[in-house]
Each structure stands twice: as structure tokens, then as C-alpha cells.
Design a protein around this ligand. Structure first.
Ligand code: DQA
Length: 147
């Protein structure tokens, strides 16, 4: 059976490429999804990427993933620091989840140092630019096999 993963991109990540490139890099979201697709082909899994600027849509995507996904790779963006609702949705579906960030949230402003998502994730990968996503997918793939 082929493993399938929901890849969730939170608010403002649709602007990657033009958004504060000194912090988030020059890759667009399409570039990152393309690289994730290439890696999934290499690993032998499938990804469904979803980007939303709305908390409710991200929660709906998490709820739907329980029917056909084996795990969640999420960059919750600013909702990392604020959303009890996204955290509760991840806990509710019970799927293995890896949290990723392009920037190192721990070396930035103090309000970014807290993640409400981290306690319900297997782990967090932060600070490696677009490679955070690729490292995150590898980690999720290897953990989800044994979940
Ligand atoms: C981010 C870090 C968050 O603090 C910020 O709000 C984002 C992007 C990252 O990928 O580095 O939008 O999640």
C-alpha cells in the first residue's frame, strides 16, 4: 500500500519567492511542492499539498486527511504561535505529524519561539529553508511506516 501524506502550508506561504526573501528564500511555493513531489517519487509515497490563509480551511483539511492520509507535514506559519484549534485538530485525527519552518523560529523574535503545534508533532524541523520540508517529509515517511 502506498503511503499518502497531507502537506499543509499556512498563511502567507502563497507569497513565497517575493515574501521577505532574506528570511524565507527565493523558492516559490510551487518550487517547494515540485521538490516534494520529486522526493515522494523517490521514496515511493504520494503527497497532497494544500495552502490556505484561513485557519478553518487548514482545520478542515486536517479533518479530511484522516480518511485517506497516513500523516501530515505542516508549516503552520503564523498559526504556529497562536492556533490552539489547529493543534487540537492534529491531536483529534491522531495522525503522525511533522512541523516544519523555513526560518529558524527560535533565533527570531520572542513571539516566534513558542509553538503550540510542537507538543502534538513527532518533531520540528526549523531553519533549513526549503530543505526543512524535504527533511520533514523524509522523517514523516520513516516514522509513519512504523506508526
Ligand atoms: C514560518 C515562521 C513563522 O513564524 C512565520 O509566521 C511564517 C513562516 C517559517 O516557515 O519560517 O509565516 O513558519
Amino acid at each position: 500500500m502506498i503511503m499518502k501524506f497531507l502537506v499543509l502550508h499556512g498563511p502567507n506561504l502563497n507569497l513565497l519567492g517575493m515574501r521577505e526573501p532574506g528570511i524565507y528564500g527565493n523558492q516559490t511555493l510551487a518550487d517547494i511542492n515540485f521538490l516534494l513531489d520529486e522526493l515522494s517519487a523517490e521514496l515511493g509515497c504520494e503527497i497532497t499539498p494544500v495552502q490556505s490563509n484561513s485557519e478553518g480551511e487548514l482545520i478542515d483539511a486536517i479533518h479530511s486527511s484522516v480518511h485517506d492520509c497516513h500523516g501530515i507535514l505542516i508549516n503552520p506559519a503564523a498559526y504556529t504561535h497562536t492556533s490552539i484549534a489547529i493543534r487540537d485538530a492534529i491531536a483529534a485525527v491522531g495522525l503522525p505529524c511533522v512541523e516544519v519552518h523555513l526560518s529558524n523560529i527560535h533565533s527570531r523574535e520572542p513571539f516566534r519561539h513558542t509553538s503550540l503545534i510542537a507538543p502534538v508533532a513527532i518533531g520540528q524541523i526549523s531553519g533549513f529553508g526549503h530543505e526543512s520540508y524535504l527533511l520533514g517529509l523524509r522523517a514523516l515517511f520513516s516514522r509513519a511506516k512504523n506508526f
